[in-house]
Design a protein around this ligand. Structure first.
Ligand code: BEZ
Ligand code: FE
Length: 304
């Protein structure tokens, strides 16, 4: 590994002896390939193991699961840990904590003011009223805040990716009302599970790990003048609330799902049967930097 021959090979591999190309990419590829070579040496990787890994990556791409494996291997969580540390250093810590986005957001969900019905009525799930107030860190309500919400159905599937669901089922964007409140009527989601025959689950099996997530609900929250928030809530009492294969659970983001039997309370939401209420209040942190006010760029379904 530490011979002149390997050193020169790595430099050529990363194009360090070429004038064209992208310097940042060269630096990253040089470091990645150096570390891969080092792993092969340190762990005495056999040719069989090496080619298994190469064809595993082929299958991962064919299955479209790279962005599913990443959170399973803690990479999304690690990026969050780094962003939390950056916020701390920049004096931007506080407010509702972030947690991973996951790979299942779809852009362009219908927008409404104050309230949205999220489910298309085809699944006979427990009715969920999901509500909360968006405020600044001092508790001042933030009207007209865009709250984007998406979650899974009773089978743990997401519309768009699960073609059996209607367009934008369980995906809505709600602008908070004059009191900063958003309210959604939907169904209590089920937890997500990795495709059992997929590449992600295949690797998790080798690690003795499951590929399950608890019942959870995703949020993007944005308001000019405030840091954009990417987060999710995990419902309390799920077998996987504290054992999420994607490492998204944070104590402050675990929400109770409270069964309400009272007819008058149901009536308040136009319902004539018991329902389950989930309350999630959100605090945003002030930032005048435009780059903080937007979600970071990544490939997302239907996003221009
Ligand atoms: C999800 O959003 O449900 C999800 C996140 C990470 C991995 C798989 C699914
Ligand atoms: Fe999810």
């Amino acid at each position: 590994m530490h011979t002149q021959e390997v050193k020169e090979l790595l430099e050529k591999v990363a194009g360090l002896n070429q004038t064209g190309g992208n310097e940042r990419v060269k630096t990253i590829v040089h470091r990645v390939m150096h570390d891969v070579f080092q792993i092969i040496e340190d762990l005495d990787i056999t040719p069989e193991e090496f080619w298994n890994a190469v064809y595993y990556i082929n299958d991962l791409g064919k299955n479209g699961e790279a962005a599913l494996l990443a959170p399973g291997l803690g990479m999304d969580k690690y990026l969050d840990i780094r962003m939390d540390a950056e916020d701390e250093q920049a004096g931007l810590a506080g407010g509702t904590p972030r947690t991973i986005e996951g790979p299942l957001y779809v852009a362009g969900a219908p927008v409404s003011e104050g309230f949205a019905r999220m489910d298309d009525g085809t699944q006979d799930g427990e009715t969920m009223i999901l509500t909360g107030v968006v405020t600044d860190e001092n508790g001042k309500p933030l009207p007209n805040t865009l709250v984007e919400i998406w979650h899974a159905d009773l089978k743990g599937g997401y519309s768009y990716f699960d073609k059996s669901q209607s367009e934008y089922n369980l995906r809505r964007s709600i602008l908070t009302d004059a009191e900063g409140r958003y309210t959604a009527q939907s169904i209590i989601p089920s937890g997500y599970g990795c495709p059992p025959e997929g590449s992600t689950q295949a690797l998790l099996n080798q690690l003795g790990r499951h590929g399950r997530r608890p019942a959870h609900i995703h949020y993007f929250v944005s308001q000019p003048g405030y840091k954009h928030l990417t987060t999710q809530i995990n419902l309390a009492g799920d077998e996987y609330t504290y054992d999420d294969f994607a490492f998204a659970t944070r104590e402050e983001l675990v929400c109770d799902a409270v069964r309400i039997e009272d007819a008058a309370a149901a009536e308040q939401y136009g319902l004539n049967k018991p329902f389950t209420k989930v309350e999630f209040n959100i605090q945003l942190v002030v930032s005048d930097k435009p780059e903080h006010q937007q979600r970071h760029e990544r490939k997302r379904a239907l996003e221009a």
